[in-house]
Write a protein that binds this ligand. Structure first.
Ligand code: DAH
Length: 352
């Protein structure tokens, strides 16, 4: 009995010696001192010992039990001290270390361009307005002097809604932002200085067209508005958006809702409007010194009439162009496919 008890004590000591975690210590405690533990079993066996010997062996077994308990709690203390020491080492915080910035997103390039366009025009008194992007034919075409069946409509590649028509014609997804001109004129609250930046939809998809894109439209109506004002507004815009050394050029063109009408060109930012690059060759970006921005002109009298505005009293200028296009022109990037902007490839978008 005595040998067996001492044997158990030695076994516990050596097991504790090699234990490295609280869990291992706990397992040892259960193995020897638990309800079904080895020492507990021996204490139960005391009933088999002759009655005269029991007190001696009982005292001996209890002594061993206490020694084991002491050894176990000593080991627990050691482990906890070691753990705390390691903790200080592994979880040390260096308060002088520079912080780590959480990942931060930014607005999409189109939204950035919209915000910039808005700010630039606000500075010269244009207010950004909003109109439906699903609109009646009247606003998209008819009142803009583009009667039904007019061939000019074909260029707009319109999406028609599968919805009942009305006095104002069929419903369409706005193919351009010029519908804003009619909505604004119809209010009859003159003079007008507005910009309408909105989504446009056309049935086109290739490297330079996407079915959903954005345009900015400008409308300025007052007494005696002239082409000089148009030039002034466009030149101001070109310098504010693209840079102080850029100038604009108006090229005669045809739009149904303006007369006269122009296409707006901007001097090329790469060759400075000369068409010749630094290697004395044709500029690869523009070839002729100019890049195309969009359309503009003086509001057509028929547009005024459709909105009950007297063209003899009022005159106006209007302009419009693509937002994605302006972004691509400004970035100076030779993005050869407009669809790149909407692929949501972060490697591209993060650059701006
Ligand atoms: N709405 C035309 C388009 O989508 C652009 C345009 C041309 C707008 C001339 C205008 C303008 O306001 O005067 O191509």
């Amino acid at each position: 009995m005595e040998d067996a008890l001492n044997g158990l004590k030695l076994a516990v000591d050596s097991a504790l010696e090699s234990a490295k975690t609280d869990m291992e210590v706990e397992a040892i405690e259960i193995k020897y001192l638990g309800r079904k533990g080895e020492l507990t079993a021996m204490l139960k066996n005391l009933t088999n010992v002759p009655a005269a010997d029991r007190p001696v062996y009982g005292a001996m077994a209890n002594g061993i039990k206490r020694q084991m308990e002491t050894a176990i709690s000593a080991k627990r203390r050691i482990l906890s001290v070691v753990k705390m020491a390691n903790l200080a080492d592994t979880e040390r915080v260096d308060v002088t270390e520079p912080g780590e910035r959480p990942p931060e997103g930014h607005l999409h390039v189109t939204t950035q361009a919209i915000n910039e366009l808005t700010t630039i025009f606000e500075k010269i008194g244009f207010t950004r307005t909003r109109y439906p992007e699903v609109d009646w034919d009247w606003y998209a075409f008819e009142a803009l002097n583009m009667p039904a069946d007019h061939p000019a409509r074909d260029e707009w590649e319109t999406f028609f809604m599968d919805a009942p028509g009305s006095k104002k014609g069929r419903m369409v997804l706005t193919p351009h932002t010029s519908n804003g001109q009619i909505h604004e004129l119809e209010k009859g609250d003159l003079p007008i200085r507005m910009i309408n930046i909105a989504k446009c939809y056309r049935r086109q998809i290739d490297a330079t067209h996407i079915p959903m894109f954005h345009q900015i439209e400008g409308l300025y109506v007052d007494r005696n508005v002239s082409i000089t004002h148009l030039r002034g507004v466009l030149d101001y815009f070109a310098k504010a958006f693209f840079g102080p050394d850029r100038v604009t050029r108006l090229r005669p063109f045809h739009f149904r809702f303006t007369e006269p009408s122009f296409e707006i060109d901007i001097s090329c930012g790469v060759c400075g409007g000369t068409g010749i690059n630094t290697e004395r060759q044709k500029c690869r970006v523009c070839k002729r010194g100019w890049v195309e921005l969009g359309g503009a002109g003086m509001v057509h009298p028929n547009v005024f009439k459709a909105c009950n505005v007297d063209p003899k009293k009022w005159s106006g200028l209007a302009f419009g162009w693509g937002v994605e296009r302006t972004f691509m022109m400004k970035s100076g990037l030779q993005i050869d496919d407009i669809r790149t902007l909407y692929k949501n490839d972060l490697r591209f978008l993060k650059q701006f």
